[in-house]
Design a protein around this ligand. Structure first.
Ligand SMILES: *Cc1c(COP(=O)(O)O)cnc(C)c1O
Length: 373
């Protein structure tokens, strides 16, 4: 019997996760040793210097012991920094892990999940693994929130609602009023998951609603997800966290996770990163400057760029994005060509240092000038 006949139908039907092109392959293809990787929204400014020291100490301490399964010190540090009790904090191996745990804890086959399109692939993949149905609410033509479409979708009675703010891949953010309208339309049956993977980049904006403040005292279940992968520059160590509306929800997620899901060096790295507010502030400041500069330059070259409150840009190249991405790969630059229906001419490019961004702008505008749509 072939092994494939053992695989559950829901799993066999899943598309593979698209991590973007492999840097080694792009290096070989382009003949350049220095590849500019703009495909995963990583921080070009790296982690706080305190992180390397914390990881070094964690490793020197020995790797033969299991990590703290409760992540107590990290949960307490997060709780203190946000002024929430540590028993409402839940840790994940990246916040992706928490998306998965939420699906495992909540979804029965046939349940409905509502999220946005274009959106983050795992907001769809993990529900489908559980046999849930996924309804994707399209954004408006201006990449805003379609309040009527959201109200109609929520009226269908979803069990889980995945909402990213700012949104990946568009970088657009919901303001306080838009978030409030969605929250008011939530049916009693729904758990709201507010995915703030890029929240640190938007928080300085006066109209960005901090999820914890917006949802406090809501009287229904919710969880805000955040991560050390993006603004803190720790994508490689895999730590994310959730702040749940109540301790019981956090404990339910604990029951469905592997007991040692966040390793010891990762816990120590996150504690160190959390303690360096200056590094975070500098990363956010420099990112905002570069986002504005690159968006302006691409706009001047005639490309449509979605206004971004995150650390990446969603760019309409006006021609098949796969073709543009291939050309960029030949130049040693990796971006993500978008594949969702209606967005096949878009690429998503993360911000890097200003030198790398200049190379990207020059190559992309050159490709678009040369290539007739
Ligand atoms: C990057 C990202 C995450 C999580 O990343 P982790 O590295 O797993 O913490 C979650 N949601 C969105 C929308 C993202 O873009």
């Amino acid at each position: 019997m072939p092994s494939t006949s053992l695989i559950r139908g829901e799993v066999a039907a899943l598309p593979p996760y698209d991590p973007g092109a492999d840097p080694d392959e792009v290096a070989a293809l382009s003949g350049s040793r220095r590849v500019v990787k703009l495909s995963n929204n990583e921080s070009p400014f790296g982690a706080s210097p305190a992180v390397a020291e914390a990881v070094r100490k964690a490793l020197a301490h020995g790797v033969s012991r299991y990590p703290d399964p409760t992540g107590r010190r990290l949960a307490e540090a997060i709780g203190t920094s946000l002024d929430v009790p540590a028993d409402r904090v839940v840790l994940g191996n990246g916040s992706e892990n928490l998306l998965e745990l939420l699906c495992r804890a909540v979804l029965d086959p046939g349940d409905l999940v509502v999220t946005q399109a274009p959106g983050f692939s795992l907001h769809e993949t993990f529900p489908r693994v559980m046999g849930a149905r996924v309804h994707k609410v399209p954004v408006t033509a201006g990449f805003g929130c379609d309040a009527d479409a959201w109200r109609d979708a929520l009226a269908q009675g979803p069990k889980l609602v995945f909402l990213a703010n700012p949104c990946n891949p568009t970088g657009a953010m919901l303001d306080a009023g838009e978030l409030a309208r969605i929250v008011t339309a939530l049916p009693a049956s729904a758990l709201l998951v507010l995915d703030e993977a890029y929240g640190e980049f938007a928080r300085y904006r006066p109209d960005y609603p901090d999820g914890l403040e917006a949802l406090r005292g809501l009287g229904r279940p919710w969880i805000v997800l955040r991560t050390f992968s993006k603004a803190y520059g720790l994508a490689g160590v895999r730590v994310g966290y959730g702040i749940a509306s109540d301790p019981a929800l956090a404990r339910a997620l604990d029951r469905v996770r592997t007991p040692y899901n966040v390793n010891h060096p990762a816990q120590e790295a996150a504690i160190a990163a959390l303690g360096d507010r200056a590094h975070l502030a500098e990363t956010v400041r420099r990112t905002a400057l570069e986002i504005a500069r690159v968006a302006d330059r691409l706009g001047e070259a005639g490309l449509r760029v979605v206004p971004s409150s995150a650390n990446f840009l969603f760019i309409d190249t006006g021609r098949p994005a796969d073709r543009v991405a291939r050309e960029l790969h030949r130049a040693g630059i990796i971006v993500k060509a978008w594949r969702e229906p209606g967005y096949e001419t878009y690429i998503r490019a993360s911000l890097s240092t200003s030198g790398d961004n200049d190379v990207f702008v020059r190559c992309l505008t050159g490709i678009c000038a040369k290539d007739k749509p």
